[in-house]
Design a protein around this ligand. Structure first.
Ligand code: FDA
Length: 322
């Protein structure tokens, strides 16, 4: 599985493959299922349709692994335009960002500068449009967590944004051995944390690589996030998973420890397990979908195939028109 994941991540990072795939039709039907629109206006329309079904969203502009200043600028511009448009449409403000899309491959200081700029835009748009901050947990710039080489910098960036009073949230990968310590610190500070299993092919020296150990680490992290003290500290847990066993476990721990359903949420990727998503909403859970938009669909789509090889069958069926 790690070899498969590593290969898919290499394909996602290859500029030549990305250019080729953007010109081909093979994976496009699969990516259409996962992408909420070609531009911000289309994504906001999709977000409004989802909001009517009581599903919140986090906008994500497609364009990860970017190593040119021009493309970084384009990515940041796209988000700076999408944020006020989302607020104006009365949608709760939540955007997700990968460090590699806003400059971390060029320099960490450029990435920081851009993250501050986007977080300020989120804060300003929320202040100008009260509806945009109506729903718990309030407006947020969610920092996605990429591979372990940028883990420390991403966490430091989160803490710096919070120190400036900006609406930041951060993703923690339960598979990393260091994550429990990170989570303890975040829980003590009352953070908005998205807990995921982790999507990169990390070495066993720093991460759990066997499925059973990864799932066990997720449950340990759930216990910490949903401890009664975490709620008292103001923690807002978001479970970034499609795994019904993890969600059922967390719901049980949450209920046992006195968490109301509106004090935490489940986050899933747009287009993944839609019937299950509907069921969760019908059962009264708060659900947010990670909603990618833009034209650079290849790196995002191939990473999803890396996470779930079954998605390859979908692509192949689409390619032969079956
Ligand atoms: P698991 O892999 O066990 O899957 C459970 C079930 O869901 C299976 O039936 C599986 O087939 C199905 N499923 C899962 N993923 C699917 C997919 N892509 N397509 C189709 N079916 C799928 N990781 C990271 O390292 N950094 C990050 O910042 C983020 N951010 C993030 C945000 C959100 C909102 C989500 C949902 C996920 C992430 N991830 C992430 C990815 C995460 O780490 C993990 O790799 C995937 O969610 C897959 O693991 P699951 O927990 O869903 O369980």
């Amino acid at each position: 599985m790690r070899l498969w994941q590593r290969s898919m991540i290499a394909l996602a990072r290859s500029r030549a493959v990305t250019e080729f795939m953007h010109g081909s039709r093979v994976v496009r039907p699969f990516s259409r299922r996962l992408v909420g629109g070609g531009n911000a206006a289309e994504a906001i329309e999709t977000a409004q349709e989802l909001a009517q079904r009581s599903i919140a969203t986090s906008l994500f502009f497609l364009g990860e692994y970017v190593d040119s200043e021009e493309l970084v600028r384009e990515n940041v511009e796209a988000l700076l335009q999408a944020v006020p448009a989302m607020a104006k449409a009365g949608l709760p403000l939540h955007v997700s960002v990968d460090p590699t899309q806003i400059g971390s491959m060029l320099s960490w200081s450029l990435c920081r500068e851009n993250a501050f700029c986007i977080a300020r835009a989120v804060a300003d748009a929320a202040a100008a449009h009260p509806l945009a901050q109506a729903r718990t947990p309030g407006p947020a710039l969610m920092l996605d967590m990429e591979d372990a080489s940028v883990n420390r910098e991403t966490l430091a960036l989160y803490h710096d944004l919070r120190q400036e009073g900006l609406p930041a949230a951060v993703t923690i990968q339960s598979y990393l051995h260091r994550s429990m310590d990170d989570l303890k610190e975040l829980a003590a500070g009352g953070a908005f944390v998205r807990l995921v299993k982790g999507a990169f092919a990390e070495s066993p020296a720093i991460a759990h690589t066997v499925r059973s150990a990864r799932d066990a680490s997720y449950k340990t992290a759930v216990n910490l996030l949903f401890a009664p003290e975490s709620r008292e500290n103001g923690v807002y847990p978001a479970l970034g998973t499609h795994d019904h066993a993890m969600i059922a476990y967390a719901a049980e721990v949450a209920a046992k420890n006195g968490w109301r359903r509106d004090q935490w949420e489940i986050e899933m990727l747009y287009g993944v397990r839609p019937a299950y998503q509907r069921r969760l909403v019908d059962e009264g859970f708060c659900l947010r979908l990670y909603l990618p938009f833009g034209r650079s669909w290849w790196p995002y789509s191939i990473r999803r195939i890396g996470e779930t090889p079954r998605n390859l069958a979908f692509v192949l069926r689409a390619a032969v028109g079956a």
